[in-house]
Design a protein around this ligand. Structure first.
Ligand code: NAD
Length: 395
């Protein structure tokens, strides 16, 4: 089988296994070029571990902290005739590399929202590791089947209150356009909170605590985003922003239940992932942000952010440094006043004709292709590949 990228709006329906290996190795090389993390958590569970921030967290935990890792994700397995999803190939590449390095790694493919998955993961943790020291919650999902009620919730990316007209980039046609986004109904807000809020995070922690699978002094972190005024109506004040408020509320509840400074929210920077490319206006914002941050030598992707999270916060002897609202801020560089002033100036001025001059859309696209294993010079894309990549059964 020969594979080419097949892009449909904000998704790529194909993935290249060798390219995904290259993407994972690129992130591993970054981490392994850094000093080993002192006092890193040694038994780490990452929920949402196959791409984006979750994959980067797992790579830092394993190759930066020598941790045993357990990963949970929802990906498509390949067959002789059908490609797997990028996250499957990423996870197969991660697990093979971890095992080669003598690190314990087990991966569970299936629905993290289900009770069955929680039970399977907990029982393997009890059997193999005893307990977990750090749980990273990095699920980004369009839907959730609530096992307790048998109901399906669907998350949306919409403004609240009134409709929104915003600048955006049509990534297929490379054109600046104006898009109108209808306001969410209250039912849509509720659904988005159910999918992307803190409920499932809390269920994971409670069910693992009940099974005795959490170590004394365990910690947990979930990821969020705030962003600037430019994306406020669609992000922070939109449906997804409401879900993130719920996530923060959950962290406070977990801290009441398990002790202060157990649960953390890390506000990460905007990066190119499958989840962020689906948010209207965000690809344009990221393209401009990349240009401005690269010019100042402060550009970061998932792996740089996650290494910083572990080095400066989770592995720091003083523990995580928090803002006045009790959150870790990895978006500090993105939100710097000089950065945002420049981004806003460009946002107002940019037109289709000036996309390459005023933004780093090329950089955005390159990273987007990388997500699916395309665009790595070391990969021979003319070579026939086997779509079936092995991921061992965790049990
Ligand atoms: P992503 O799309 O790269 O990864 C999502 C992960 O969730 C994948 O591993 C996927 O398999 C897993 N997943 C989805 N549904 C699942 C299910 N039902 N069961 C098990 N696993 C499931 O996403 P990302 O951008 O890395 O986002 C991760 C978190 O980081 C989210 O909370 C997001 O809001 C947050 N965040 C993202 C950005 C950004 O710019 N991308 C910025 C700040 C915070």
């Amino acid at each position: 089988m020969f594979i080419k990228p097949r892009i449909r709006s904000f998704v790529c329906t194909t993935a290249h296994p060798d390219g995904c290996v290259a993407h994972v190795r690129q992130q591993m090389r970054y981490v392994m070029s850094k000093p080993l993390l002192p006092s890193a958590p040694q038994r780490v569970l990452v929920i949402g571990a196959s791409s984006g921030y979750g994959l980067a967290s797992r790579i830092v935990a394993a190759f930066g902290g020598r941790a045993s890792t357990v990963g949970v994700f929802f990906e498509r397995e390949g067959t002789k005739k059908k490609l797997a999803s990028a996250g499957w190939y990423n996870s197969a590449a991660f697990e093979a590399a971890a095992i080669k390095e003598g690190l314990y790694a087990k991966s569970f493919n299936g629905d993290a929202f289900s009770e069955e998955m929680k039970k399977r993961v907990t029982s393997i943790i009890r059997r193999d590791l005893g307990q977990i020291d750090l749980i990273v919650y990095s699920v980004a999902s369009p839907r959730r089947l609530d096992p307790a009620r048998g109901k399906i919730y669907k998350s949306t990316l919409k403004p609240i209150g009134s409709s929104l007209v915003t600048k955006s980039i049509c990534t297929d046609k490379k054109e600046i356009e104006s898009v109108t986004l209808e306001a969410a109904t209250w039912e849509e807000v509720f659904h988005t909170i159910k999918v992307m809020g803190g409920e499932d995070w809390k269920i994971w922690i409670s069910s693992m605590a009940d099974a005795g699978a959490l170590s004394e002094g365990f910690r947990t972190v979930a990821y969020s985003y705030l962003g600037p005024g430019l994306t406020r109506a669609i992000y922070a004040q939109g449906t997804i922003g409401r879900a993130k408020i719920d996530l923060e509320r959950t962290a406070r509840e977990l801290n009441k239940q398990f002790g202060d400074r157990t649960a953390f929210i890390s506000i990460n920077k905007a990066v190119v992932t499958q989840a962020s490319s689906a948010i209207p206006a965000v690809p344009l914002y990221i393209s401009i942000l990349f240009k401005v941050m690269k010019e100042r030598g402060i550009h970061e992707g998932c792996i740089e952010q996650m290494y910083r999270l572990f080095r400066d916060h989770l592995c720091s002897p003083r523990g995580p440094r928090l803002d006045t609202e009790g959150r870790i801020r990895l978006d500090d560089l993105e939100m710097r006043e000089d950065i945002q002033t420049e981004v806003t100036k460009i946002w107002r001025a940019i037109t289709t004709d000036t996309i390459d001059k005023l933004s780093d859309f090329k950089g955005y696209q390159k990273e987007f292709y990388h997500l699916f294993g395309f665009g790595f010079p070391e990969v021979d894309y003319s070579k026939e590949i086997n779509p079936v990549h092995y991921l061992p059964d965790p049990t």
